[in-house]
Design a binder for this molecule. Structure first.
Ligand code: LLP
Length: 876
């Protein structure tokens, strides 16, 4: 485990008093003996702190679904009976694992279950019968747990939750919500606490179940067990409610989509509610309200890792400064756009429209309105949205307006207090959304969220990028250590974590190589390793190295030795490769220029390399250059991708490529010039992590190739991303290989080519430079370096992140945040913001800028008449 996990002892623990601690455990936490041992330990630890403890449990994993299956087989009595027997068997087995004699513990419950399965009401699945049946899961798990914990010496008493949780009854409730989705009272009746305490100071009860005023069993519905714990917490005005789950807490994004997501150590109730409502699955949104009402702290903890800090939700956190706390997304959103047909100004129009939604049981989530259009969103987690319901709704709305349903969409929401005061920090985020089709933007009136509804297909890919932008712009203030904890990768990603970069262990060798002036150093074994990783992808027929990433001769020679061809973009690059690699065969060189002058094509022809054209212009105006050649056409697949807008090379806004729909004039021009089109090519951008992009590109190129007929190869370009942040995951090479293999299998007739640049060289290179000055101005500490945007342009040009370390003090502790700046007379001459270099960092220290092997030295310039950095290689 990473050392950066906060010691729980130093965290703001809710004050332990003689009041109750409520500990809730979900299905996976009650389905194994070892997990029950853990529950026993945790409950005993809380009790040792002095207060009484109430344990609330869910049903054993899978049992609620099995009970639901009995309900769903209404009409098939044999199936219902068999379903009940399977549930009995599962509990008998589990009692065996717990070393318990099952009959005295569960015999009566088994009889109840069998009786319910054979009950005449089972045939029609009457709703009160459903509630009785569903309650058995929790009744059985809590009874087993109580018996087991007692057998282990814990003096625990079993309590029937139904005796304490009273369902609220509302006038127009449907039978379903009255029995299967109830809310409960949160204000205790007089004497409640005293009566409750008489049952003991270590109790176990059930989640999910309550009673109505007629004494019948009622079910809390979705998120039921968390909500039960919250109700008990509220009724008892507990010291805290702890929700023990199988994740380390709530995060600033879904860690499955964004591994760099940060643990949210502390949230206020409103923010937590908003995060839970807009996508995070850790807590059910319903369980926050009862705790908020009675100001009971709610703590999310990880059963498997009880020493992890978790997320504490209370009222204190509301004093924190404004900031985005999380970015969440909900899929399956349906938009209903209603266009006026002349009735807009009429009084009651909106009331009529919304009445139709009500009639179909649809609750509206987001609303956007204009003079002649109202668009609303329906959230599937709150609505039963299916095509029948939508068709019926549209038919009902038809007389009022023209209706359009837009689906599937996803709602991406930024959550945090004071969203409106953060707008100036959101420019990159807004620009990112601007590149996609945004159907609706909504800002909540409580200033806690800003939501963008986009096509579902693009949402997932956007999240990691948006999360990174929120951190870079400081809109998400991750330096607030009271609120933001470690990243998911730091907490849980140890297995998936990259090995330390090559330079970590070689400071002694690198330090003497750092002269006074900035110097790049390339580690050739790293380049070789990356080359071999790519060569292992068997379905790729040819690999070219895009030399624009780093044309150092030693790197070119190494890659040619490893079997790579070379891809060049200019005559300068062409002349360079033939000079740097003796004996290089022209057939191994691709020429892929952009808006190059005539002379460059002529020279490329003379050299005998394979040429690419991406417009009809060269073929129409200089046909003689192409006579008798085999040409590659560069296609614009209509979309781009990559780490920054400036490196996206596809789509309408990009200067590259032929639009797939306008190929006829080029094919005619090629024919007229006497050239054969034998290859198709596309390169959509740089710094791509999602293999799905190449899949889409290849499928598109293959279908175009089928139509042309003379194609033998398809080149899907480069663009493979590399991890720049220290905690970023590696590029998923296995996923990339699998996507390519799938395509190759679908289109075996075409040779598959790739032409990566960055992937081969980025991590091999570092930039060494010296500290010039350390200056503090108006509360901002700046560490000045001899190298600036002249030596490494990427941060200034793309806001790119490069890790920066003080190589002279590699083992020193991280210090206060400092901006790392260069010597150039431009405000953009910043290599990194808020970096934690050691406090002792001083003039002449050697600083290493990592992952600088791609687009580093080659993009350096002599601005301000500063000399170019030098370059050096390490052979081993
Ligand atoms: N093929 C073509 C036609 C390209 O234009 C490029 C890069 C590549 C291959 C290689 O892409 P890679 O695998 O390296 O992503 N200066 C920017 C990157 C610009 C990339 C330009 N074209 C940066 O520093 O991020």
């Amino acid at each position: 485990m990473s050392a950066s996990v906060t010691d729980p002892a130093t965290r703001p623990t809710p004050a332990p008093t003689a009041s109750w601690s409520v500990l809730k455990f979900g299905g996976t936490s009650v389905s194994k003996r070892s997990r029950w041992d853990n529950i026993g330990k945790l409950a005993a630890a809380r009790r040792a702190e002095g207060g009484p403890v109430l344990v609330v449990v869910s049903a054993v994993s899978g049992i609620t679904n099995a009970l639901q299956a009995i309900i769903d087989s209404a009409g098939d009595a044999a199936k219902q009976v068999e379903g009940a027997e399977a549930i009995v068997r599962r509990h008998v087995e589990f009692a065996g694992e717990l070393g318990l004699d099952v009959e005295p513990v569960l015999g009566a419950r088994f009889a109840e279950l069998r009786a319910l399965a054979a009950d005449p009401r089972a045939a029609t699945a009457e709703i009160p019968w459903q509630a009785e049946l569903l309650s058995l899961g929790e009744l059985m798990s809590s009874a087993l747990g109580a018996a087991y914990l007692r057998s282990q010496g814990h003096p625990i008493s079993w309590v029937d939750a139904r005796e304490h949780l009273r369902a609220i009854e509302l006038p127009h409730q449907s039978a379903w919500s009255r029995h299967l989705s109830v809310n409960c009272h949160t204000t205790p009746e007089p004497g409640f606490a005293e009566r409750f305490a008489q049952q003991g100071d270590l109790l176990i009860t059930q989640g999910f179940i309550a009673r109505d005023s007629a004494g019948r069993t009622a079910i809390l519905g979705r998120g039921g067990s968390d909500t039960s714990a919250a109700y008990f917490g509220a009724l008892l005005k507990a010291a805290r409610v702890e929700i023990w789950t199988d994740v380390p807490g709530m995060f600033s994004a879904n860690p499955r989509q964004v591994p760099q997501a940060r643990l949210l150590s502390r949230l206020d109730y409103e923010e937590a509610q908003e995060i839970a409502t807009t996508g995070a699955k850790v807590l059910h949104p319903r369980c926050i309200g009862p705790c908020r009402e009675r100001r009971v702290p709610l703590w999310v903890r990880d059963t498997e890792r009880p020493d992890f800090p978790g997320t504490l939700i209370d009222a204190v956190a509301a004093d924190a400064p404004p900031g985005v706390k999380a970015i969440s997304s909900r899929r399956g959103i349906v938009l209903v756009s209603m266009e006026s047909i002349g009735m807009w100004q009429q009084v009651g129009f909106l009331a009529d429209v919304f009445e139709r939604f009500r009639a179909h049981g649809l609750s509206v989530d987001l609303i956007g309105s204009a003079e002649s259009n109202v668009t609303v969103s329906l959230d599937p987690s709150e609505n039963l949205v299916n095509s029948n319901v939508l068709d019926a709704l549209c038919a009902d709305l038809e007389p009022f307006c023209r209706v359009k349903v837009i689906a599937p969409c996803a709602a991406i929401t930024l959550v945090g207090r004071g969203m409106r005061s953060l707008l100036h920090k959101l420019s990159d985020v807004l620009a990112e959304f601007g590149r996609e089709r945004v159907h609706l933007i909504s800002q909540s009136s409580n200033d806690l969220n800003l939501t963008f509804v986009v096509d579902e297909a693009v949402a997932e890919g956007m999240l990691p990028k948006l999360h990174g932008m929120l951190i870079a712009s400081t809109a998400m203030p991750v330096d607030e250590t009271a609120v933001f904890g470690p990243s998911w990768l730091e907490l849980c990603g140890n297995e998936a974590k990259r090995s330390a970069p090559w330079w970590r262990a070689r400071a002694d060798e690198l330090l003497p190589r750092a002269g006074d002036a900035p110097r790049y150093v390339y580690h050739l074994p790293t380049v070789r390793q990356r080359a071999r990783d790519l060569a292992a992808i068997a379905c790729v027929d040819r690999r070219y190295y895009a030399i624009k990433a780093n044309p150092h001769p030693a790197i070119l020679r190494l890659l040619v030795e490893e079997g790579f061809g070379l891809e060049c973009v200019s005559i300068g690059e062409l002349e360079h490769v033939f000079a740097a690699v003796p004996g290089l065969e022209p057939a191994r060189v691709l020429f892929t220029p952009s808006f190059a002058p005539r002379a460059e094509y002529a020279r490329a022809r003379a050299l005998g390399v394979r040429m690419t054209v991406d417009s009809a212009y060269p073929l129409i105006h200089w046909p003689e250059i192409f006579r008798g050649t085999a040409l590659v056409l560069r296609i614009d697949p209509g979309f781009g991708s990559g780490h920054h807008e400036k490196v996206r090379t596809g789509g309408k806004g990009a200067k590259f490529g032929l639009p797939a729909s306008g190929l006829a004039p080029v094919l005619d021009a090629a024919r007229a010039a006497g050239a054969r089109i034998t290859g198709l090519h596309a390169h959509i951008g740089s710094g791509v992590f999602d293999a799905g992009h190449w899949r889409t590109v290849y499928a598109q190129l293959a279908s175009i190739a089928d139509g042309i007929g003379s194609i033998d190869s398809i080149d899907v370009g480069g663009g493979l991303g590399v991890p720049y942040e220290p905690d970023a995951p590696d590029f998923d090479l296995a996923g990339y290989a699998a996507a390519l293999a799938e395509l190759k299998q679908a289109y075996p007739q075409y040779a598959l080519w790739i032409e990566p640049g960055r992937f081969l060289v980025a991590e091999a290179g570092v930039l060494l430079t010296r500290v010039t000055q350390v200056v503090e101005k108006s509360g901002v500490r700046r560490v000045g370096l001899a190298a600036g945007m002249n030596a490494l342009m990427r941060p200034a040009l793309y806001g790119a992140y490069h890790e920066i370390v003080n190589l002279s003090r590699l083992d020193a502790a991280p210090g206060a945040p400092a901006d790392v700046v260069g010597p150039i007379c431009e405000s953009s001459d910043v290599l990194g913001r808020r970096r934690r270099l050691p406090n002792a960092t001083a003039e002449d220290d050697v600083v290493l800028i990592a992952t600088a092997g791609a687009y580093g030295a080659v993009m350096a310039n002599t601005y301000n008449l500063r000399p170019l950095p030098s370059e050096d290689v390490l052979d081993d």
